[in-house]
Design a protein around this ligand. Structure first.
Ligand code: GLN
Length: 481
């Protein structure tokens, strides 16, 4: 890929302030790059130039009249295609929503635009956010900009790739079991899954409502913090959004790490971890120690049940959430025959294989005879996993793990084995089940040059601490380990 200015938020601001570039010119530059590279990467599914240029012109007008600029003025933003954008196609990577244009914006998008960000378009993802490689998109896979024969991770693969390839400065993704953190790790960028309830889900097309969260991708931790400061906070339109006050995440970044206790769960380094990933994460932990952190060995004894519990709870909720795609209200309709036949044809043709697998699985675990054996048991395991985190945070300030047990794999390498694909979510689904925040930051590269991610978990609503650790790690050269 051609080298380009890798803009960060402060660089955009400085360029606008000094008149080096106008917001309109910046948008033009990004669309030119997208035009050059999207054919190969397939990171964007839809572009929104009218809306982007209109916003850019508003910012340029504010600059011309000397008005104070909002914090994200002129920052080019990519939005995962499961997040509603008024009038811009929103497909969830599915045929069943082909042609659907939401009549409203998600709260996160409204807030970012209000803060001056510019929506460039919508990014590719696994269908309804179900997947870990972006290969489940009905509109084709995304290629990893770092190594184009590899997957970018999933399900927010387009958002990770767009930021890594400088096709956006920041991006929104969603994470239900790892879909922000794992593509962040695979694409070599910073990516935060906030606490459950920290960011409004209003306008997010639901996959598993008790697990879904919206969060940012960016090239620096500082930029992740800047986006979080805008999108976090109570929203009357989402009753599960929390009223807890929103700290100034950027201001919290500079604090020293001296004395912070980082928990290293032995259970996470047991089996199935790639040796190079292990080595890079160990190196990352040593760097945190050099920065003043104290390493504490901890146990997370229920980790081995996390994948099973996650895939029961997530599919159960998905089977219910996806019942609304019936050919009547949104997107695709395959007409013909009776009403039931129309439903069958529409859903049969509109959903892909993985989505159907999960609807069937979810319906099964909720069905009368199996509810106690599967769904109820899954919920009990969820409580035990949350307790593992809770007990750990009585002894430590943060928990450090790999983000993914493996580096980015080749396209097609794992598509024939869904279970193998599910098992790779082991380090991320635990935090999803527990509701706690987790960030992935680059911790060096494998011998082949593939990015490895270090995950930092904090207690619920401890985003400021997670960001503080990740920022210090990044500033100390964590990405070059
Ligand atoms: N890979 C996990 C799944 O397929 C996580 C997806 C997500 O976080 N949206 O469910």
């Amino acid at each position: 890929m051609s080298a380009a200015t890798a803009w960060t938020i402060p660089e955009v601001r400085a360029a606008l302030d000094t008149g080096k570039i106008s917001a309109r010119e910046l948008v033009k530059e990004f669309y030119a790059r997208i035009e050059r590279h999207n054919g190969e990467l397939n990171a964007y599914l839809a572009l929104s130039p009218d809306r982007a240029y209109a916003q850019a012109d508003r910012i340029d007008a504010a600059i011309a009249s000397g008005d104070a600029l909002p914090p994200l003025a002129g920052v080019p933003l990519a939005v995962k295609d499961v997040i509603s954008t008024h009038g811009i196609p929103t497909t969830c990577g599915s045929r069943i929503l082909e042609g659907y244009r939401p009549p409203y914006d998600a709260t996160a998008v409204t807030r970012l635009e209000h803060a001056g960000a510019i929506v460039l378009g919508k990014t590719n993802c696994d269908e309804f956010a179900m997947g870990s490689s972006n290969e489940n998109s009905a509109y084709g896979p995304v290629r990893n900009p770092v190594a184009t024969d590899r997957v970018p991770g999933g399900s927010s693969g387009g958002s990770g790739a767009a930021v890594a390839a400088n096709l956006a400065v920041v991006a929104l993704g969603t994470d239900t079991g790892g879909s922000i953190r794992q593509p962040g790790s695979f694409c070599g960028v910073a990516a935060l899954n906030p606490s459950y309830g920290r960011v409004s889900r209003y306008g997010l097309l639901a996959y598993a409502s008790s697990l879904d969260r919206i969060g940012p991708f960016a090239r620096t931790v500082r930029d992740v913090a800047a986006v979080m400061s805008v999108i976090a906070g109570r929203d009357p339109l989402d009753s599960t959004s929390a009223a807890a006050p929103v700290p100034n995440y950027v201001a919290a970044l500079g604090r020293p790490l001296t004395g912070l206790r980082i928990g290293i769960p032995d259970d996470y380094f047991a089996e199935g971890i790639d040796p190079e990933v292990r080595q890079k994460v160990e190196g990352g932990i040593r760097l945190l120690e050099k920065l003043g952190c104290r390493r504490v060995s901890i146990r997370m004894p229920n980790t081995e049940y996390a994948i099973a519990a996650y895939y029961i709870i997530a599919t159960a909720e998905a089977s219910s959430n996806l019942a609304r795609y019936d050919g009547v209200r949104y997107g695709l309709r395959v007409p013909g025959g009776t009403l039931i036949e129309m439903y069958q044809k529409t859903r049969g043709r509109g959903f892909g294989t993985e989505v159907k697998r999960r609807i069937v699985l979810g319906t099964y675990v909720l069905s009368a005879g199996y509810y106690d054996a599967y769904y109820l048991k899954g919920q009990k395991v969820r409580s035990l996993i949350a307790r593992d985190f809770h007990e750990a945070f009585e002894k430590v300030d943060a928990i450090v793990t790999p983000t993914s047990p493996v580096p980015p794999f080749r396209l097609g390498e794992r598509t024939s084995n869904p279970l193998q694909m599910y098992l790779a979510d082991i380090y991320t689904v635990t935090g999803s089940l527990a509701g706690v925040p987790g960030i992935s930051v680059p911790t060096g590269k494998t011998a082949e040059g593939l990015p490895v991610g270090l995950q930092i978990y904090g207690p619920a609503f401890g985003e400021d601490r997670v960001l503080q650790l990740a920022h210090a790690f990044e500033q100390a050269g964590g990405a070059e380990l």
